[in-house]
Ligand binder design. Structure first.
Ligand code: NAP
Ligand code: FE
Length: 368
């Protein structure tokens, strides 16, 4: 059996792990830049826990709390400038995928001078600020990946910055911060994680180890479909969803994502559709495409969810996501052009061509 498996991020999970592990903060530096979104970290208690832990550790901090959803290249350069001006020597990221992704780029840009032109080249030295990550959505798995996905206006899409030095040093997992998530964000983020687990399973780079993580994540998330839909998740369910999204993050740190994410980026960039929702709208129809080529593999995924057919899965996603956005035929042609240029498309076990992608998007949005 031939495979390689690597998870450099130390993952610490449990109730109140931030406070109980406060000594870790002082081992990383003297002053943290806390990278977070505008409101949620304050509302869900994660920021207060971090501030208490920093106080116990005798570590200073500055707060950079203006990360928007789908972070821009400008905001990460601003964040790096802020960190340098304040003399911050490590990064604490709190939030969903947006603050976490932004924080990785900030940690990189605060430690070395990289021009905008060479930002996505991957050609960096090894310098980067140490990072502690605290996810407050159970979706992206960014706390355990080497990816920072930024909105790229020049290419009119989302582009991935990827480097082995961008794995966070620590990920603290505590599902209690997710109790404040609204129904739609819970659905979108849970299905993003499911999409990572499935895309990582039906993936050229999948291996025996990642398959175990995929299967577990798919089983956990699908077992909670009903509760997610009814917005009836207990604290324990929140912990489990977070566990699943971290497992799925470990999967894509090895495999990358596939055609679903390649197409989804345009839905987010051009139509402002939330990242997880964009993937969820496409995932069922993508499995239908794969079923024609690799039915046994797709059936394996369905069996993890205790489902008998792709249409049963599509129905479940339809009921979670409700009415779809309107997209024109002309837009679909543009989106397919972007998807064909996306690197992750090639990870797909069966790589869809131009006509396949057009058909998938038309079926989903035009009902053709
Ligand atoms: P997000 O954009 O980080 O957050 C969405 C919304 O949820 C924001 O309004 C945020 O508010 C709010 N929120 C966060 N935590 C909350 C909580 N505990 N309670 C209430 N509200 C909360 O969404 P996301 O889906 O987690 O991340 C999406 C981003 O991650 C995209 O840019 C996507 O491309 C990226 N992504 C990265 C990877 C990777 O491997 N690195 C993988 C998949 C996706 P505030 O703004 O106030 O915080
Ligand atoms: Fe994703």
């Amino acid at each position: 059996m031939k495979f390689a498996f690597n998870m450099p991020t130390k993952i610490i999970s449990g109730r109140d792990v931030i406070i109980s592990n406060y000594k870790i903060f002082s081992s990383l530096g003297k002053k943290a830049i806390i990278v977070t979104g505008r409101h949620s970290a304050e509302a869900n208690g994660s920021l207060a826990d971090v501030l208490s832990a920093l106080k116990l550790a005798g570590v200073g901090y500055d707060i950079f709390n203006n990360i928007m959803s789908n972070p821009t290249i400008d905001i990460v350069y601003d964040g790096a400038k802020f960190a340098k001006e304040h003399g911050d020597d490590f990064v604490v990221a709190i939030g969903g995928g947006s603050p976490m992704d932004a924080a990785k780029a900030i940690a990189l840009l605060a430690a070395q001078d990289i021009s905008r032109e060479s930002l996505f080249s991957g050609k960096y030295t090894d310098e980067i600020l140490p990072m502690v990550f605290i996810p407050t959505t159970a979706g992206t798995g960014s706390e355990v990946t080497q990816y920072s996905i930024l909105t790229n206006d020049e290419l009119e899409t989302k582009t991935t910055l990827s480097s082995p030095i961008m794995f966070p040093d620590y990920a603290f997992l505590d599902g209690k911060y997710m109790c404040s998530l609204g129904k739609n964000t819970t659905i979108n983020t849970a299905i993003d994680a499911l999409s990572h687990a499935i895309e990582g399973f039906l993936n050229k780079k999948a291996n025996e180890m990642t398959a175990i993580y995929s299967e577990k994540a798919i089983r956990i998330i699908s077992s909670l479909f009903k509760k997610i839909e009814e917005n009836d998740l207990s604290l324990e369910d929140r912990d489990n969803l977070l566990f699943a999204s971290t497992l799925a993050g470990i999967v894509i740190s090895h495999t990358g994502t596939t055609a679903v994410h390649s197409m989804g980026y345009s839905l987010t960039y051009f139509k402002d559709i939330d990242h997880g929702r964009a993937n969820g709208l496409l995932l069922g129809r993508y499995l239908e495409f794969l079923y024609d080529y690799i039915p046994d593999k797709v059936n394996e995924v369905l069996s993890f969810m205790n489902m008998n057919s792709v249409s049963e899965f599509k129905d479940k996603l339809d009921s979670l996501f409700g009415e779809k956005e309107k997209i024109t035929k002309e837009e679909i042609v543009i989106f397919v052009g972007k998807a064909l240029a996306a690197k992750n498309l090639q990870n797909s076990l069966i790589v869809p061509g131009n006509d396949d992608l057009i058909k998938i998007l038309e079926d989903v949005f035009l009902g053709a």
